[in-house]
Design a protein around this ligand. Structure first.
Ligand code: ACO
Length: 428
């Protein structure tokens, strides 16, 4: 492998170092490019730009590989709990029994949210999208925990903010839902594990004893693990970028929630189920919608298909597809949108348009069907994604701060007018 690259510009040659990752990923180091040459690089959508060196998640889009800290996603989804995976991502190693017990305890005992935050919910209209509510409330945590405002203060304070984030997001999420229903809010139950406690806060009704169905809790545990990290995607890059200005972790996560919300990113899971319902209501003619997705004059896209990095298959989609089948069978649910999803996938995978562009189902294609089967309302799907992604955001924020990464500040190529004289109103 080359140990440096040579760049020829205006008759001069410049040597640029090459950096090789532990999985042999190759990069040309352009850290000093502008100082040396006066040039910057242009890379819209950062398709060829590595923003950082990270030891958290490895993915190979060609081979369909995803690993957290070296552990395969298949193993983790099958054998781990979400909090074990969260610990692994945030602290770098799998916890032993006492470490996990302490982590669980520390989170459980911080699930309560300051009562004054309840008043903020009252200010939202009932039909407010829960992602907007979540972003606002997560950022509002800075007001209640001002020590988070100085992320460099002490490792103990930083860790407290991390634990509070993990503990409070499910409470805030379930309350956003309850508020949208006009229902009284459910307080956390510390006797329950992370997933069961969230389900309790979502679904328990005052007059009834709510029993968590283990099939539902297991499905949720798996989905959260599959979403837990995905290296430098749009929302994670946002979290790192906001964190690079030394803003609080709560603010950085709030920005991550906003970035995740968009339909081209985490918001796709809501869009997928709405698309499947639309196709079902339209008579289920899958081919008609495949043709629409291919038509460049039609702005319809097959939601849940395609990925910036995966060009063969998304390993998370493979696991979710199987889980989807299992969960629906175990719960005895016959969901017609599953059949439509399967037909769409079959049709797309044999269609030259999708084959040539390497478009495969992504993590969002089947996740919505499981979420719906376990009772999560459609507008909460992306909130579920955020809950899963939280440890990844935290780990990436922590790594970036520990490595003292400089403030993120891209360059640009200016294409506007050159200097021109100002004309007062009567001269225009
Ligand atoms: N349906 C139809 N055509 C598509 C789709 C799709 N879902 N996705 C990509 N294409 C086509 C594009 O029109 C383009 O065609 P062209 O070369 O003829 O112009 C080509 O495939 C490449 O697509 P880009 O948009 O350039 O690819 P990019 O890497 O920028 O975008 C993205 C990736 C945003 C995921 C895209 O595939 C998409 O919009 N998918 C649907 C939304 C979705 O499911 N998002 C969730 C992604 S996973 C996640 O974030 C958790």
């Amino acid at each position: 492998m080359a140990d440096q690259a040579t760049l020829k510009l205006e008759g001069k040659e410049f040597n640029l170092p090459v950096i090789i990752g532990t999985e042999d990923e190759k990069a040309i180091d352009i850290n000093n490019l502008r100082d040396q040459t006066g040039y910057v690089t242009l890379d819209s959508g950062y398709k060829n730009t590595g923003a950082t060196q990270s030891a958290i998640t490895f993915l190979d889009g060609e081979l369909g590989i995803l690993r957290y800290r070296g552990y395969s996603i298949e193993d983790l989804a099958e054998k781990a709990t979400f909090l074990e995976v969260a610990y692994l991502l945030i602290y770098g190693e799998l916890p032993n029994q006492p470490e996990l017990a302490k982590f669980e305890y520390d989170i459980k005992h911080r699930t309560m949210v300051n009562e004054d935050m309840r008043k903020i919910y009252d200010g939202f209209p009932v039909n407010a999208h829960p992602m907007g509510v979540m972003a606002a409330l997560f950022s509002a945590l800075t007001a209640f925990y001002p020590e988070s405002l100085d992320p460099n203060r002490s490792p103990e304070k930083v860790n407290l903010t991390i634990l509070r984030s993990m503990a409070k997001l499910p409470t805030l999420a379930a309350w956003a839902y309850k508020n949208s229903q006009g229902h009284p809010l459910n307080y956390p139950k510390n006797g329950l594990d992370y997933c069961s406690n969230f389900l309790h806060m979502m679904f328990a009704l005052p007059a009834e004893e709510y029993k968590v169905d283990p099939v539902v809790a297991d499905a949720l545990n798996k989905l959260l693990i599959l979403h837990a990290d995905h290296e430098q995607n749009c929302s994670t890059s946002t979290v790192r970028l906001v964190g690079s200005s030394k803003a609080s972790l709560y603010s950085a996560v709030s920005a991550g929630i906003c970035a995740l919300w968009g339909p081209l990113h985490g918001g796709a899971n809501q869009e997928v189920i709405e698309m499947l319902e639309k196709i079902h209501a339209d008579g289920g003619n899958v081919q008609k919608w495949i043709e629409k997705a291919k038509d460049k004059n039609d702005n319809f896209r097959l939601m849940g298909f395609g990925h910036r990095v995966y060009k063969n298959f998304d390993p998370r989609a493979k696991i979710i597809k199987k889980a989807c089948d299992d969960v629906l069978k175990k719960l005895g649910i016959n969901d017609p949108t599953l059949e439509i999803a399967q037909k769409l996938e079959e049709a797309a995978l044999t269609d030259p348009y999708f084959i040539e562009r390497k478009l495969y189902p992504n993590v969002d294609f089947y996740s919505g069907i499981i979420y719906r089967a376990i009772g999560i309302p459609t507008n909460m799907f992306t909130v579920m994604f955020a809950m899963g992604r939280l440890p990844g955001w935290i780990a990436q924020w922590k790594e970036s701060r520990e490595n003292a990464e400089p403030i993120g500040r891209p360059r640009q190529i200016y294409t506007g007018p050159k200097l021109r004289p100002f004309k007062s109103m009567n001269q225009r």
